[in-house]
Design a protein around this ligand. Structure first.
Ligand SMILES: O=P(O)(O)OC[C@@H](O)[C@@H](O)c1c[nH]c2ccccc12
Length: 268
């Protein structure tokens, strides 16, 4: 694990313990069960399109970029994404490193019809229930954060709660470790993400996805994540057989994030 990731995970353990003291696991389960049925994130991402499928991300700040967007209205941003062709929304909920907030999920969901992914560092069952109670339709699991059996446990729980899992890898070793678990029995509810950001140097390179592509058994569920900025980047990935992307920073840096999204998808 990179130093920054190790530090985030350490802090996350403390945070999850503190949150559990405020709302118990039992209470969180009750809240999750009372929540309306999740929207089908997997279906939204695998629907037939004649262009790339984009998970558009709502992100105020990040450890690598610092503050990205000063005037930050998560629901308005998501609405603009929806109006301009996003297939789904991702929302950062980590407070310390990304200035996110769990309450943004409900605010976004009230304004858009698209399914919403909770983007956080998931290390505990509690957070999966918490995600569902907050209205999330999907969760992110980062392979570099957890041992494979823990990943599988959290994935099974997410599936039971009818949420989609975006299982993210960066390293080749992680991809090989999770590969036997990609697909069955979660085939209708899981996507595989390749993160182009190297967390050791914080640099992004979209060729990273293309280099690992040969080792991906189901490219139809693959999402290329991070560092995607231009329509040419999208064309390059599409030509290699990648039909899904997750984009945040580039869109969030534009005054009109919807217009930027349309340009990214269509080139104009
Ligand atoms: O802002 P970018 O470079 O377009 O990247 C978006 C997304 O991939 C990135 O936010 C991300 C990918 N995996 C993560 C894990 C945690 C936090 C954030 C992320």
């Amino acid at each position: 694990m990179s130093d920054i990731l190790a530090k985030i995970v350490e802090d996350k353990k403390v945070e999850v313990e503190a949150r559990q003291r405020v709302v118990s696991l039992e209470e969180m389960k009750a809240r999750a069960k009372a929540e309306s049925h999740p929207r089908n994130f997997f279906k939204a991402m695998t629907a037939k399109r004649d262009h790339v499928s984009v998970i558009a991300e709502v992100k105020k700040a990040s450890p690598s970029a610092g503050l990205i967007r000063e005037d930050f209205d998560p629901a308005a941003i998501a609405k603009n994404y929806e109006a301009n062709g996003a297939a789904a929304i991702s929302c950062l909920t980590d407070e310390k490193y990304f200035q996110g907030d769990l309450s943004y999920i409900q605010r976004i969901r009230a304004e858009v019809d698209l399914p919403v992914l909770r983007k956080d560092f998931m290390i505990d069952e509690y957070q999966v229930w918490e995600a569902r109670a907050a209205g999330a339709d999907a969760i992110l699991l980062i392979a570099e954060c957890l041992e494979v059996p823990r990943l599988i446990d959290l994935m099974i729980l997410a599936t039971e709660l009818k949420m989609t899992t975006l299982l993210e890898v960066h390293d080749v070793e992680s991809l090989l470790a999770v590969r036997p678990h990609v697909g069955f029995p979660h085939e209708k509810y899981m996507l595989l993400g390749i993160n182009n950001r190297n967390l050791r140097e914080m640099k992004t390179d979209i060729n990273h996805t293309i280099r690992l592509l040969d080792m991906v058994e189901q490219p139809e569920i693959l999402v290329s994540e991070s560092g995607i900025r231009t329509h040419d980047d999208v064309v390059k990935l599409m030509n290699a057989g990648v039909t899904k992307v997750l984009v945040g920073e580039h869109l969030m840096r534009q005054g009109d994030e919807g217009k930027a999204l349309r340009k990214l998808i269509h080139g104009c």
